[in-house]
Ligand binder design. Structure first.
Ligand SMILES: Cc1cc2nc3c(=O)[nH]c(=O)nc-3n(C[C@H](O)[C@H](O)[C@H](O)COP(=O)(O)OP(=O)(O)OC[C@H]3O[C@@H](n4cnc5c(N)ncnc54)[C@H](O)[C@@H]3O)c2cc1C
Length: 413
């Protein structure tokens, strides 16, 4: 069937990259992007420069306003898609209009998860997913507040760092002693978590048991502590839940990990694709881990566009993400768990340094702090299954780019 119209639901990086890749791939039909927000903007700055007040919303727009006209992408903002009418080849908008859609791409992202504790839905309790959330949190932090951050994952750690920069008193609580150990490797995770205390925040290894909001402050009980503690601000940063309501009411297959999609991002309904944080890929029927990172969402969009165009999908590359805390730039490629060997390069704790995960003679992952070159090299090693010598890898004087060039010459021979 020839595709004349595509409606993309959600203007995050996954939705916008779907639109861009459709046009880049030569799609000539109608492309409509419907988003509930003011305009499509980038999310990573929300816990960093945007929260700190160093950049405004316009400067984190995913595309300039002109881009939509130039690429013939019809942007419908501040409107949500309320219903999938795949029986009619259409979607229904919150303003009552119906848009024709030969293909629908669900790029609905996610919402912050909340732990099963009384009081977590109280309006005084913060979460962070949207610019509005960040605006509210910035106002609450402005008076150098005492903040409890529940969850020391990526977003919790970034907000702790920003709140310290803003002069706040920060307590960050997580029942796990070294959060994200499987993503960063245990030693790097311990060092990164230790940054909080080194920068004047207090870390507590405990889960919250209750939250009681009264008179502008929040009283909370942490597991193992008898006395309640009082905070001006509480942020829940315990992960996200994929936004699947539209998919569910539309009768699509949805699991706990999100909207089930195949290797080409197609859902259980061939007219509907799903991308980004909302989607959960299944390869040969087996669920794979969900990315929940910026680049994974962008690549999903490119893959969905290729499927719609009937083109070859972009090749899979090792997964990559970054995070920033207290001025340190951390990048992770591939995986650092379940490997034969962890090979440090440089002195752990003294950036720049990296740790490579090696299986046999192959790199399968790397984490770096202030060492982007190492992560870029590791990615090429993973993608091209380059054989490595761990002694060479761990020697900080080895030029990794030269090592890669030498290996490709050896392979050609
Ligand atoms: C605070 C924060 C910091 C982050 N930092 C990093 C980082 O440093 N590095 C990194 O790799 N990743 C980071 N991430 C993760 C990354 O931003 C996400 O993985 C990425 O934004 C997912 O993109 P998405 O397009 O799938 O979803 P989203 O960005 O959530 O976009 C979904 C959009 O869909 C809209 N929508 C939902 N339902 C409807 C509907 N029915 N109708 C119309 N519109 C709808 C929503 O309003 C939203 O605009 C961060 C995320 C957050 C929240």
């Amino acid at each position: 069937m020839t595709v004349h119209s595509v409606v993309i639901v959600g203007g995050g990086i996954a939705g916008v990259s779907t639109a861009a890749a459709l046009r880049a791939g030569g799609f000539d039909g109608d492309v409509t992007l419907v988003d509930a927000g003011e305009f499509p903007y980038d999310r990573p700055p929300l816990s960093k420069d945007y929260l700190a007040g160093r950049v405004d919303l316009k400067s984190i727009a995913l595309q300039l306003p002109q881009w939509y006209d130039d690429h013939r992408v019809r942007l419908i903002s501040q409107t949500s898609v309320d219903e999938l009418r795949t029986d009619l080849g259409a979607v229904e908008l919150s303003d009552g209009t119906t848009l024709p859609a030969d293909k629908v791409v669900l790029a609905t992202g996610g919402r912050p998860a909340r732990p099963p504790v009384d009081g977590v839905t109280n309006p005084g309790i913060h979460v962070l997913r949207t610019a509005d959330d960040a605006d509210r949190l910035r106002v609450a932090l402005a008076s150098r507040a005492r903040i409890l951050i529940v969850g020391a994952g990526l977003i919790g750690a970034e907000v702790a760092s920003t709140a310290r920069q803003l002069g706040c008193e920060v307590v960050i609580a997580d029942p796990v002693a070294a959060p994200l150990a499987s993503a960063f490797s245990p030693d790097v995770a311990t060092w990164l978590h230790g940054m909080h205390e080194r920068h004047g925040a207090t870390t507590v290894s405990a889960a919250i048991q209750s939250l009681d909001v009264a008179g502008g402050s929040i009283s909370t009980v942490l597991a193992g502590c008898d006395q309640p503690q009082v905070f001006d601000v509480v942020l829940l940063a315990v992960g996200m839940a994929p936004e699947t309501s539209l998919a569910q009411t539309g009768g699509l297959r949805v699991g706990r990990g999100g909207i089930a999609v195949d290797a080409g991002q197609v859902t259980s309904n061939p007219a509907v694709l799903a991308v980004g944080d909302a989607a959960h890929r299944h390869i040969d029927g087996v669920p794979t881990g969900r990315g929940e990172h910026w680049e994974a969402a962008q690549q999903d969009g490119q893959r969905a566009a290729a499927t719609i165009l009937g083109a070859a999908p972009p090749g899979d590359t090792a997964s990559w993400f970054w995070t920033d805390r207290y001025g340190a730039h951390v990048e992770v490629v591939g995986r650092l768990n379940d490997t034969d060997q962890l090979v440090p390069r440089g002195q752990l704790g003294q950036p720049p340094f990296s740790v490579f995960a090696v299986n046999g003679r192959h790199v399968v992952g790397a984490v770096s702090v202030d060492d982007s070159t190492a992560v870029r090299a590791a990615r090429r090693m993973i993608d091209h299954a380059v054989e490595v010598d761990t002694a060479e890898l761990s020697d900080p004087t080895t030029d990794l780019r030269r090592l890669l060039r030498r290996r490709s010459v050896e392979e050609v021979k």
